[in-house]
Unconditional design. Structure first.
Length: 275
C-alpha cells in the first residue's frame, strides 16, 4: 500500500482520480485504519477500499469531481438591486464575462423582475440583443431573511447532474454483504452544496405540506435526488471532502431512517474525520 501511495503522489497530477484515492488512503492510514485496495466485485467492477477500524469494516468508493474554475469580477453594484426585493431567497446569478455595462444593466433589470415573481427552483435564462445566452438567475434556497440575497452561482444544473452521475457510477461498484460509502471529492468548497443537491434533491415549493409557523409556503426537495424515493436503496452513506485541504472537515450524509448501526456509524465518522 505504501508503494502505491508513493507512486501516485510522485506521479503526474493529471491522474486526479488516482491522486484523490491516494490522499484519502493516506488520511485513513493516518487515522489508524487498515486498508484493502481495489477489491473485485461480483459484477466485474472494483471497489476502491475496504476500510477496517477496531474490527469493524466498510467499503469506500472515491469519486473526484473535476471542474474548471471560472472567475468573475465582483458582483456589479446594479445587480445589488435584486437584494432590495422583499423575498427571503438565495438568488444565484451567473453571467458572461464579456457583457458591457448596458448589457449587464439589462440583465439586472430582467433578474429583478424575475425574482419578484419566481418560485424556489425556477431559473431564468437571459439572452442578449442577438439572442445569445447572457446570464442565468436561479431561485435557489429559502432563507431566514426579509429580502433576497445574491450570490455568484457555483451550483449550476450541469454541475449537479455531473455529481449525480458520479454517485450512480459509484453505486454500480458496490460490494454486496457490507456497508458501502461513497465519497465525492471536489476542489471548490462551495461544491459541498452541489453534492447535497445531487443527493437529496433541489429545493422546491411544496404545496402538499403545511408551511412552518409564520410562513405562507412550505419548502422541500424535488424528487430529482440520488436518494429520492426508493432510488438506489442500497446506498445509505455519502460523504464530501475538499480535495487537498485539511482546513475543512468532510461532511457525511446518512440516509433517513436507514443509518448503519451506531458502532459502524461512529467508525465511518472516525475514519474519515468528519464532523
Amino acid at each position: 500500500m505504501k508503494r502505491r501511495l508513493e507512486s501516485v503522489l510522485d506521479g503526474p497530477l493529471g491522474a486526479s482520480g488516482a491522486l484523490a484515492e491516494a490522499r484519502v488512503a493516506r488520511r485513513l492510514i493516518d487515522a489508524g485504519c487498515a486498508l484493502e485496495i481495489e477489491l473485485p466485485t461480483p459484477n466485474g467492477r472494483t471497489c476502491d477500499f475496504e476500510v477496517t477500524v477496531d474490527g469493524r469494516s466498510f467499503f469506500l468508493h472515491v469519486k473526484c469531481l473535476q471542474a474548471e474554475n471560472t472567475s468573475h469580477p465582483p458582483l456589479p453594484s446594479f445587480l445589488r438591486s435584486i437584494e432590495q426585493v422583499e423575498r427571503p431567497f438565495l438568488v444565484e446569478v451567473d453571467w458572461r464575462g464579456d457583457l458591457e455595462d448596458r448589457e449587464l444593466a439589462s440583465f439586472a433589470s430582467a433578474a429583478r423582475a424575475f425574482v419578484q415573481e419566481a418560485r424556489i427552483g425556477e431559473e431564468l435564462l437571459h439572452r442578449d440583443a442577438e439572442g445569445h445566452p447572457a446570464g442565468t438567475v436561479r431561485i435557489s434556497t429559502p432563507l431566514n431573511t426579509e429580502r433576497a440575497v445574491v450570490a455568484v452561482s457555483r451550483c449550476t444544473p450541469e454541475m449537479i447532474s455531473r455529481v449525480g452521475r458520479l454517485l450512480e457510477r459509484a453505486y454500480v461498484q458496490f460490494m454486496p454483504g457490507g456497508e458501502n460509502v461513497i465519497l465525492v471529492m471536489t476542489e471548490d468548497p462551495a461544491h459541498e452544496r452541489v453534492v447535497d443537491l445531487a443527493l437529496l434533491g433541489t429545493h422546491v415549493e411544496r404545496w402538499d405540506r403545511i408551511p412552518r409557523s409564520g410562513k405562507r409556503v412550505a419548502h422541500g426537495r424535488a424528487e430529482d435526488g440520488f436518494w429520492s424515493g426508493e432510488r438506489f436503496d442500497l446506498s445509505r452513506v455519502v460523504g464530501w471532502m475538499q480535495f487537498d485541504s485539511e482546513a475543512m472537515p468532510p461532511r457525511l450524509w446518512f440516509r433517513h431512517e436507514e443509518r448503519p448501526d451506531e458502532p459502524l456509524r461512529g467508525t465511518i465518522i472516525e475514519a474519515l474525520g468528519a464532523d
